[in-house]
Design a protein around this ligand. Structure first.
Ligand SMILES: [Zn+2]
Ligand SMILES: [Zn+2]
Length: 297
């Protein structure tokens, strides 16, 4: 299980560098060019804002690093499905309702329920959600929580940054500076620091929209214990079922709280901790709403 070792460089790509640069540049701009000169970090308000932004950025970076470097869940070449009659029935049900093919022609091996072949990684991935170029990795069984929490913390940090940038901009409009400072000198200092603040806002607006949209989408998927692939399969399965006068229900949706526990862990206090993934054991089984258990590994 795991990709061949090629050094840490295998995790680096242009999009990964862009994400890290955006995070570093935004944090530096907010702390050095907005919060400190405007609110002063020695005041309670200034310190609280720096502390909150630092916590959100640190957790976003931590989640992002895990999403990038963590193995998303490759299938061991030794995997063989249980071909007992009972499981075979479930496999037939899956093929009918989800269009699944449990044998990967490319890897020439069987794949467990919810696993899919990634054309970029050229491997099958457990509970594959999608291949994300922004983490240069597949998002699957073992790094989905980190990926989701990255969208949560990035949205929080982006929202706080935009509120600070906007409020600072409004409050400094028409500000003529301290009485003992020459108006021209003050104007030049404001102009020189305004450029990186404007660049920061231009970068953060689309980044915040993208992060918030991803967070909302994956929160919806979490509530229903679906992957992005299964969502699209479900749309197709619903059409097919309606064609023959039947309904379709996603087989792994077993209740909102249990769905959240399956993805985020049994301890609610650890739901926001990206490294708390002890619940994702390699012998995890997929429980369905009908009470069936499908073996993943
Ligand atoms: Zn495959
Ligand atoms: Zn992939």
């Amino acid at each position: 299980m795991g990709r061949p070792a090629e050094g840490y460089w295998r995790f680096v790509s242009v999009p990964v560098v862009i994400v890290l640069l955006i995070m570093g540049f935004s944090y530096h701009t907010l702390v050095v060019l907005v919060i400190h000169p405007w609110l002063n970090v020695n005041t309670t308000t200034g310190f609280a804002n720096v502390a909150l932004l630092t916590i959100l950025c640190t957790m976003a970076l931590h989640s992002y690093a895990l999403a990038v470097v963590r193995d998303p869940g490759y299938i061991p070449s030794s995997y063989l499905p249980d071909l007992e009659e009972e499981v075979a029935v479930h496999e037939v049900k899956r093929k009918v309702f989800l269009g699944g093919n449990r044998y990967c022609q490319k890897c020439e091996q069987y794949k467990p329920p919810r696993a899919h072949h990634c054309r970029v990684c050229k491997r099958c991935v457990l509970r594959m959600d999608h291949h994300c170029m922004w983490v240069n990795n597949c998002v699957g069984h073992y790094n989905y929580k980190a990926f989701f929490l990255f969208t949560v913390y990035a949205s929080g940090a982006g929202l706080q940054s935009m509120i600070l940038l906007g409020t600072h901009f409004i409050q400094t409009l028409g500000d003529e500076g301290p009485e003992d400072m020459d108006a021209k000198v003050f104007s030049e200092s404001v102009t020189s620091s305004a450029f990186p603040r404007v660049i920061c806002a231009v970068i953060l607006v689309p980044a915040l929209i993208a992060a918030a949209a991803m967070m909302t989408w994956h929160f919806y998927l979490l509530l229903h214990n679906k992957t992005t692939i299964e969502y699209h399969e479900g749309v197709r399965a619903t059409w097919l079922a309606e064609d023959i006068g039947q309904g379709y229900r996603h087989p792994y949706d077993i209740g909102i709280f249990i769905n959240l526990v399956a993805a985020l862990g049994p301890s609610v206090s650890c739901w926001l901790c990206p490294s708390a993934t002890g619940h994702l054991s390699p012998d995890l089984q997929c429980e369905t709403f009908s009470g069936d258990i499908l073996e993943m590994e």
